[in-house]
Write a protein that binds this ligand. Structure first.
Ligand code: PHB
Length: 399
C-alpha cells in the first residue's frame, strides 16, 4: 500500500488558534480495506477523510495529526485485529478509526479496552458493537436505522403483507434481517422465509436463492448485502429472473443502491425502495457543496456515497475531539467530547447519542428513478432524527 504514513502539518494555524499553548502531535490509526474486492470502500472513506482535512485545516485546534494507515483486507477480523495490536503497541496511536466490516471492529474491541484507545467507527453497522467497549463511538449507522423503519413502511405504505428476506450471512446481515423482521411483524406483516446468501468476501451466484423467493411469491423481497459488487449482482439477478414483472418489490437498506454503483444497475432498479441516511443526490446546500468539492478533488466522474460521507463526518468528529482535549487525547476524554456532539453533515443533522455513543440521524425513504438516462435517488419520505431502534427498544443483544 502506498502512503502508509501521512503527516499533516497543521501547525500553521496553531499559534493563533491555541493562544500560544504547545501544539501536540496526535497519531491516528486508520484501519480500512485498501486492497482486494473491498478496496473501493477503503478508497471512499479515505477520500472523505482527506476532503475534510483539506477543507478544514483550522479544525484540529492547531495540532498536527499523523494518519497511520493499515490494510484490513478482508472482513474476517484477524488481519484487522493484528493491525490494531501493532498500531496500539508499536505505533502508540492516540485514536483508532476506519472499520468497514463489523467483524473487524468486533475483533479489535478487546484490544482497545486493554489499551484504552478510543475508536471512531466509520462504517461497521451491527447495532450492538458499541456495547463491546465504552471507548467506541460510531458516526455511520446501525443496521436498524434502515431495516426497522423499512419494515413498517413496507407494510403500511408499500402494501406488502408478506415478505421474504435475503441476507449476507455474517453479523450485520443477521442484524439487518432482525431489524426488518421486527419492524415488519410489529406492523402486522408476515415473513415467509429468511435466506442466508453466502458470506461477505465473495459475490455469490444469487440465482438459486432468488428463484426460491420467486416461487414463494412474497409482496416484498428485503435484501441486505454489504454494498459494492454484491449490490449490483443483486439487482441484475432480480432483473434476469423477471421478479419485477412477477410483482415482487425489491427493497432494502441503501447499501443495495449505493451511489457509486447505481449507474451499473439494470433498468429494473427503477422503482426500488430503500431506506438510508445519505445519497449524493440530496438537494441540500450542504450536500451540494460537498458533492461539488468531492468532484473537484477526485474527478467529475466520481461521486461520494454513504461511506465517503462517513469518512468526512468521522474526521469532523475526530477534529472536534482533538480540539476539545487540547491535543492530549484519552479514551475517556474522547468519549466525553463526542457525547452529544452535533454536526451539520452533508447527510443532514447528526448527533452522537450520549447514552449509546451511536449516531442520531434522519432515516430517509429513497426511490430509485431514472432521469436523463441516469439512475438517481429521490427522497420520498423522512423519519426524522432516529436513535438506533435496536437499543431504543432493548432488543436481543442490544438489551
Ligand atoms: C458491516 O460489515 O458492518 C457492513 C459492511 C458493508 C455495509 C454495511 C455494513 O454496506
Amino acid at each position: 500500500m502506498k502512503f502508509q504514513r501521512v503527516l499533516l502539518g497543521l501547525i500553521a494555524a496553531s499559534v493563533m488558534a491555541m493562544g500560544g499553548a504547545q501544539a501536540a502531535k496526535v497519531k491516528i490509526g486508520v484501519v480500512l480495506p485498501y486492497s482486494g474486492g473491498a478496496a473501493q470502500f477503503g478508497e471512499q472513506i479515505d477520500r472523505g477523510m482527506n476532503l475534510f482535512i483539506q477543507q478544514h485545516k483550522g479544525a484540529f485546534g492547531g495540532h498536527e495529526i499523523e494518519l497511520i494507515k493499515r490494510d484490513s483486507k478482508r472482513p474476517g477480523g484477524d488481519i484487522a485485529k493484528n493491525a490494531v495490536q501493532e498500531l496500539i503497541t508499536r505505533e502508540k496511536v492516540d485514536l483508532l478509526t476506519g472499520f468497514v466490516f463489523s467483524p473487524n471492529a468486533m475483533a479489535s474491541a478487546p484490544l482497545i479496552n486493554q489499551g484504552k484507545v478510543p475508536m471512531v467507527i466509520m462504517n461497521a453497522g451491527t447495532a450492538w458493537i458499541p456495547s463491546l467497549s465504552p471507548y467506541i463511538a460510531r458516526v455511520s449507522f446501525t443496521m436498524w436505522h434502515a431495516g426497522y423503519p423499512l419494515g413498517g413502511y413496507a407494510m403500511n405504505k408499500l402494501g406488502c403483507k408478506t415478505a421474504a428476506i435475503g441476507y449476507t450471512n455474517y453479523p450485520p446481515g443477521k442484524d439487518s434481517r432482525n431489524a426488518f423482521t421486527t419492524g415488519f411483524e410489529k406492523a402486522g406483516g408476515k415473513v415467509l422465509e429468511a435466506i442466508p446468501m453466502g458470506g461477505p468476501r465473495q459475490v455469490p451466484d444469487f440465482t438459486p436463492f432468488f428463484q426460491r423467493v420467486k416461487n414463494a411469491k412474497p409482496d416484498c423481497f428485503y435484501i441486505f448485502v454489504p454494498a459494492g459488487n454484491h449490490a449490483v449482482a443483486v439487482v441484475k439477478t432480480y432483473a434476469n429472473l423477471g421478479m419485477k414483472g412477477a410483482g415482487i418489490k425489491l427493497i432494502g437498506p441503501g447499501d443495495i443502491t449505493q451511489d457509486t454503483k447505481l449507474q451499473d444497475m439494470p433498468k429494473e432498479a427503477e422503482g426500488m425502495i430503500t431506506v438510508h441516511h445519505y445519497s449524493a443526490d440530496y438537494k441540500t446546500p450542504v450536500n451540494m457543496a460537498f458533492v461539488k468539492a468531492w468532484k473537484a478533488a477526485y474527478g467529475a466522474d466520481t461521486t461520494p456515497d454513504f461511506m465517503g460521507v462517513a469518512g468526512y463526518d468521522g474526521m469532523a468528529a475526530i477534529a472536534h475531539a482533538i480540539t476539545a482535549q487540547g491535543g492530549s487525547v484519552s479514551a475517556e476524554g474522547t468519549m466525553k467530547a463526542l457525547s452529544g456532539w452535533s454536526y451539520d453533515s452533508p447527510r443532514g443533522k447528526i448527533t452522537i447519542d450520549p447514552e449509546t455513543r451511536d449516531i442520531i440521524q434522519d432515516s430517509n425513504v429513497h426511490k430509485i428513478v431514472s432521469k436523463g438516462g441516469r439512475m438517481m435517488v429521490e427522497v420520498i419520505d423522512t423519519i426524522p432524527q432516529v436513535k438506533d431502534p435496536c437499543k431504543a427498544n432493548g432488543i436481543g443483544k442490544c438489551k
